[in-house]
Design a protein around this ligand. Structure first.
Ligand SMILES: NC(=O)c1ccc[n+]([C@@H]2O[C@H](COP(=O)([O-])OP(=O)(O)OC[C@H]3O[C@@H](n4cnc5c(N)ncnc54)[C@H](O)[C@@H]3O)[C@@H](O)[C@H]2O)c1
Length: 250
């Protein structure tokens, strides 16, 4: 019989220090909460504001993410840092806060992002395209990932590696809309997809195209982020992992 060499603790983030952007709502909130439940010493919750966006399906929606984590795991396990991920100084400050309080940065999750207009390409007015590609919008969805990687990597290179030799982990949230040319393919119920999951006809159409036949929850994405940041993914890097109830495979 084959022997598994994977330790039971392969999916732990024990003693790790993480920054999660867009942590106040939806996917970022679920990631921050799950990381804390799996042992992070500190989660820096980076967002424009500490309160969740209205309309998502969040755990304990009245509570800020940092407060939720600290109430469950003890004071000092999470910290909210007001951050605009499009601005280098803000992202750099988040990393500095992680290092000031946690001594280092182990995991950077570049998750914050904005939804864009969903219109069929042949009906898309040029000015809407220009708006989607404007500095303001693309800075939140693209520049932010560059900034998160830049400041995280600079810190990773300064700090002592873990016994595995790893200096840090980066997880970026993207979208299946980067892989398929459809207009409505959201799979997790958050504030960003409220318009989709509350529209019964659209929701039915989406479910008919989703092999799992249910909406995904923010938790489903959080579990994937936990896996990618943990030792369970030790031999994985640079991989794009669809977490979509089989949507892309159908
Ligand atoms: N929910 C889905 O089904 C889905 C599908 C595809 C991609 N995504 C991507 O996942 C990420 C999270 O989406 P979500 O569904 O949780 O959305 P959400 O709207 O529920 O949460 C996004 C969070 O990001 C924050 N944010 C927005 N702009 C910011 C900025 N400039 N600086 C800092 N924080 C900012 C918001 O305040 C909010 O708390 C986004 O990048 C989104 O494009 C989500």
């Amino acid at each position: 019989m084959a022997t598994s060499h994977m330790e039971p603790s392969a999916y732990t983030l024990k003693d790790k220090v993480a920054v999660v952007t867009g942590a106040s709502s939806g996917l970022g909130r679920a990631i921050a909460v799950l990381f804390a439940a799996h042992g992070t010493r500190l989660v820096v919750c980076a967002d424009l504001k500490p309160e969740a966006q209205a309309g998502g399906v969040d755990q304990e929606p009245g509570k800020r993410t940092d407060e939720l984590i600290n109430s469950r795991h003890g004071d000092g396990r999470a910290l909210y840092v007001e951050t605009n991920v499009a601005i280098g100084e803000d992202v750099s400050r988040c990393v500095e806060e992680a290092v000031r309080l946690g001594g280092r940065l182990d995991v950077m999750v570049n998750n914050a992002g904005l939804g864009v207009e969903k219109i069929k390409i042949h009906e898309l007015p040029e000015e809407v395209w220009d708006k989607m590609m404007s500095v303001t919008l693309s800075a939140v969805n693209l520049r932010s990932v560059f900034l998160g990687c830049k400041y995280a990597c600079a810190q990773f290179l300064k700090q002592k590696p873990w016994p595995s030799g790893d200096r840090g982990w980066i997880v970026n949230t993207a979208s299946i809309l980067g892989a398929v040319g459809i207009i409505d393919g959201a799979v997790s119920r958050t504030a960003m997809t409220k318009m989709n999951y509350e529209d019964q006809a659209l929701s039915d159409r989406l479910m008919a195209r989703t092999p799992w036949r249910t909406w995904g929850e923010a938790q489903d994405i959080a579990k994937a982020a936990l896996f990618l940041a943990s030792d369970g993914a030790a031999w994985i890097t640079g991989a794009a992992l669809p977490v979509d109830g089989g949507f892309l495979a159908a």
